[in-house]
Design a protein around this ligand. Structure first.
Ligand code: FES
Length: 187
């Protein structure tokens, strides 16, 4: 006699890899359900998801696709098209180099290249120690200070390539001071 096994019930709405607490998915659900329609709202939903999860790993993208009833490829396509979206966790400090027109004509490309060279990473990547992520962003509304770099929420204006070591040292020093205060932290 052939044993017939009951198909396992799978909650298709939950991701396979439980990387994030359920509450984060619930927060996203509340947001999606608050929308009048999800048609044309994919970017808005991805923004919200990135805000909730910090970045958009594959599981979260697939979850959104299933929730909206659209192909995963559609979500992956949008995420990879916009540099704003990140599929990897960000470092402790996000260095956003403005590549808007005013900043660009004042040498923002050289600034971003210098950061990449100093940190050994590309835009949207994070250093191995998890300290810095580089992002190139569009106008942040401080064109009078071009070229502009933002580290987290702090704005640095009229940045020159030779200022970059100083900016990085500022955050590295902060990190060391912070570690000093932690029992067993770096001395
Ligand atoms: S173009 Fe860089 S702040 Fe406006």
């Amino acid at each position: 006699m052939i044993a017939i096994t009951k198909p396992q019930e799978i909650d298709v709405m939950m991701p396979a890899g439980e990387e994030f607490p359920k509450e984060k998915y619930e927060e996203l659900n509340v947001f999606i359900e608050s929308l009048e329609t999800t048609k044309g709202a994919l970017i808005e939903i991805l923004h919200k998801a990135q805000h909730i999860f910090g970045y958009l790993p594959r599981d979260v993208q697939l979850y959104i696709a299933r929730k909206l009833g659209i192909p995963g490829a559609e979500v992956f396509g949008v995420v990879s098209f916009y540099s704003y979206f990140s599929t990897k966790p960000s470092g402790k400090h996000t260095i956003s180099v403005c590549m808007g027109t005013a900043c660009f004509v004042r040498g923002a490309d050289k600034i971003v290249e210098k950061f990449k060279e100093k940190l050994g990473i590309e835009a949207n990547e994070t250093t191995q120690d998890g300290l810095f992520t580089i992002k190139d962003v569009r106008c942040i509304g401080a064109c009078g200070l071009a070229p502009v770099v933002m580290v987290d929420n702090k704005v640095f204006g009229r940045v020159k390539a030779e200022d970059i070591d100083g900016i990085l040292d500022l955050y590295r020093t902060k990190e060391m001071q912070h570690a000093d205060k932690i029992p067993g932290g770096a001395k």
